[in-house]
Design a protein around this ligand. Structure first.
Ligand SMILES: Nc1ncnc2c1ncn2[C@@H]1O[C@H](COP(=O)(O)OP(=O)(O)OP(=O)(O)O)[C@@H](O)[C@H]1O
Ligand SMILES: [Zn+2]
Length: 716
């Protein structure tokens, strides 16, 4: 069981009452081991089992107790030198004792007592964690790895094979130590993300002097001075200065973004050529980088389906092999007896020994440990490239993806449409159409509406206020301006409302064949005109779609936009399949149908209109996690950068992760089969069996950890 500690700053924690409330909320929570309070600084430390809970879950519990807290600090393995190093000390001790035992055994006169004492020491050191675990397992009638290995050690002792028993105990201790080490290594790699944020900050005080403060002490409103070339210590907004900032730490892309007063900046990113003054948005615990790390940690804690499958397999495999071992121990001597050998001279010892070897082979170590290491390494490598994958299951799903559906506006296009034409049915210059459309656009959050409102202001029109705004997702919106009811939306919208007379229908139809999206404006009595807006394809979109196709992934565009616009955009992007005029519910049907026809279908979208379709897809992907907090919370996969570049890498990376897992399973099972064969033929010793297991464990773990290197962020 591992132990971790984190520290929370709790608002209003200054007397015993709050302390008791927190005790009540957290004391009995799963995975919580101990609570500590510091009333002077208003902070609380929680010791917990990282397998059972996580800081975000703890934060939720604190929130349900009605208190507001933020994460200040966490350390993965609890403190204490022994806790971190005890296992290694014991393993080294066991190895040394084993060595002494072997040397004493090879001396010609022999010192049986000292020799046995040395082996006993090796057994105790090697098994100091193993034996108690076995006892606990047995008490619950659970025949796990620990029981297996303990039986093997005890069996060897019964046979008088002290050296074998000591070797088994030592090697098992070593493999457990290595297993923890590799998992910790993969997990800690995430911490390096946090470590990129500086520990101290220069705070500008009200009298203009600069004070050095620990980054963990910063709070909302603090003015922080960031020198040229330094890392930014906190999330916030630039209040003075001009510079460019390298956001690679978060987005994985090192294209500097220009920053000036009003622009947001993030902890851990690197300030460029100019110095900046930044107003902190909140404590470091709420910073984007901290939230990313919390998400990655949660993702690491969740078991991927492939891990569960292997767990289920091991749960069958282990007892089956135990049964075979028992059979090998008893059956051949019984056969000998049946053939007439007197029971006393049947070869009990030989077969007991062979059975023990099989028992050790039953240990599914290599099989069980390699997969979590691969998944955790895979998630971490992705996070280091600015790709947040919310769990091993999505990595697995991405590796098997057949179809990727894309929303159009804001995903394949920039999502910043410009008004290119305003047409009024009364033949005027369309200012009235624009004013009313802008009034409605001001009310809703729709990209097109906002673009119309922006355009009206650029033309210095006064935009009236609209009342009673109602959105009709995927179609349009309605509202009152100066007590008159207006409808704005797609051609389909006014057609279905019966507000599209034939002559207007034809004119609008031919306007729609031009580039862009035409949005019609109408009253209850008929259409007033339309506004055509053009959005540009993202510069990287066509290239990325081609790359995905080359990887064997079919790309589909799903849009609520009208057919001619959609067709033109599809042609420009080289996307083969597209479906247009879809309402949100029809996008859901499209996803279900694609999934049934072609296999695993994922979707990339902005989550506003597409939330139902995104939820239906096997994996949902959101872009621009750095600019939209909502994306960070809802999508299964978040590309922190606001572009599509990470997608092909993620496909290759997920496939690589799955391939590593498959290689590892093959290697582990292959070795086991080989040793089993040798054991059946009587060629394998106990120590050989466990050494093979350890060797395979090492190999597969190293193979899994190699995925971490896949993140070398400079390749684009
Ligand atoms: N609030 C609105 N104001 C104006 N037009 C709207 C509004 N809502 C929907 N529409 C119309 O309905 C069409 C489809 O709606 P919407 O863009 O919301 O769907 P979508 O599927 O998200 O589109 P896309 O695939 O382009 O992102 C738009 O092209 C527009 O003509
Ligand atoms: Zn019409």
């Amino acid at each position: 069981m591992s132990r971790a500690r984190c520290t929370f700053k709790v608002a209003g924690l200054d007397c015993a009452v709050e302390m008791e409330q927190l005790r009540a909320a957290l004391g009995e929570a799963p995975g919580v081991l101990a609570l500590g309070f510091d009333l002077i600084h208003g902070s609380m430390t929680v010791d917990y089992e990282p397998e059972a809970t996580s800081p975000p879950q703890l934060l939720n519990r604190i929130a349900t107790a009605g208190m507001n807290a933020s994460l200040v600090e966490e350390s993965v393995e609890g403190d204490g030198w022994w806790r971190r190093n005890g296992r290694w000390v014991a393993t080294v001790g066991s190895g040394l004792a084993l060595l002494v035992g072997v040397m004493l055994g090879s001396l010609s006169p022999g010192h049986p007592v000292f020799e046995k004492a040395a082996y006993l020491l090796a057994i105790l050191f090697g098994g100091y964690e193993l034996f108690p675990k076995a006892v606990r397992g047995l008490a619950k009638f659970r025949f796990d790895i620990h029981v297996l290995m303990t039986v093997a050690v005890a069996g060897a002792l019964i046979l008088g094979q002290w050296d074998e028993a000591a070797t088994v105990a030592f090697l098992f201790g070593l493999s457990e130590a290595l297993e923890r080490f590799s998992l910790d290594r993969a997990r800690r790699a995430v911490r390096r993300l946090l470590e990129i944020a500086p520990e101290t900050a220069e705070v500008v005080t009200s009298d203009g002097t600069v004070r050095i403060v620990a980054a963990s002490e910063l709070k909302a409103g603090d003015r922080v001075h960031v020198r040229a070339g330094d890392r930014i210590p906190i999330d916030g907004a630039v209040v003075s200065g001009r510079s460019s900032v390298d956001q690679k730490a978060i987005t994985g892309e090192s294209v500097p973004v220009p920053r000036e007063p009003g622009d947001p900046v993030f902890a851990g990113t690197v300030n460029g050529e100019g110095s900046l003054e930044v107003e902190a948005a909140g404590p470091i615990g709420n910073a984007l980088i901290s939230r990313i790390i919390a998400q990655v940690r949660d993702a690491q804690a969740a078991r991927a389906p492939v891990e569960r499958r292997i767990g289920r397999f091991a749960a069958i495999y282990t007892p089956v092999v135990m049964g075979i071992a028992a059979l090998i121990m008893i059956a051949p001597p019984l056969v000998q007896i049946a053939m007439g050998t007197p029971p006393g001279s049947a070869e009990w010892g030989t077969w007991f020994g062979r059975g023990l070897v099989v028992l050790v082979i039953a240990c599914p170590c290599a099989l069980v440990i390699s997969t979590p290491v691969a998944i955790v390494s895979g998630l971490t490598a992705a996070a280091r490239r600015g790709i947040l994958v919310k769990g091993g299951e999505y990595l697995e799903e991405f590796g098997q993806l057949r179809v990727l559906a894309f929303d159009k506006t804001g995903t394949l296009t920039r999502g910043e449409p410009d008004v290119v034409e305003v047409v009024s049915t009364d033949g005027s210059d369309g200012e009235e159409v624009l004013r009313i459309a802008a009034a409605l656009g001001d009310r809703g959050g729709h990209v097109l509406g906002r673009a119309i409102a922006r355009h009206a202001r650029q033309r210095s029109l006064t935009v009236p206020l609209a009342d009673g705004y109602r959105a009709n997702p995927g179609l349009g919106a309605s509202g009152l301006v100066d007590a008159v009811e207006y409808h704005i939306g797609s051609h389909r919208f006014i057609d279905e409302a019966g507000l599209c007379p034939p002559e207007f229908h034809d004119r609008l139809g031919s306007a729609e064949r031009n580039a862009g999206t035409a949005v019609a404006l109408s009253t209850q009595s008929g259409p007033l005109g339309w506004i055509r807006l053009a959005d540009q394809a993202r510069p990287e979109a066509a290239r990325i779609l081609a790359e995905l196709n080359a990887l064997g992934i079919q790309t589909v565009m799903l849009t609520g936009d009208n057919p001619p616009t959609a067709a033109a955009m599809a042609q420009e992007l080289g996307i083969i399949e597209h479906r247009s005029g879809l309402l949100p519910a029809e996008k859901v049907t499209a996803i279900t149908e694609l999934d049934a026809r072609h296999g695993s279908t994922g979707m990339v979208g902005d989550g506003v209109n597409d939330a139902p379709a995104l939820a239906t897809a096997r994996v949902s992907v959101a872009l621009g996690g750095i600019s939209s907090g909502a994306a960070l919370e809802t999508a299964d996969v978040v590309l922190m950068a606001d572009d599509l570049n990470a997608l092909p890498w993620l496909v290759r990376h997920s496939r690589k992760t799955l391939a590593r897992i498959r290689q590892n399973i093959g290697l582990a099972l292959g070795t086991k089969a080989l040793v089993l064969l040798l054991a059946a033929l009587g060629y394998a010793t106990l120590a050989m069996a466990i050494a093979a297991d350890l060797g395979t464990s090492l190999l597969v773990t190293a193979n899994a950890l190699r995925l971490l290197r896949n993140s070398s962020p400079d390749r684009q």
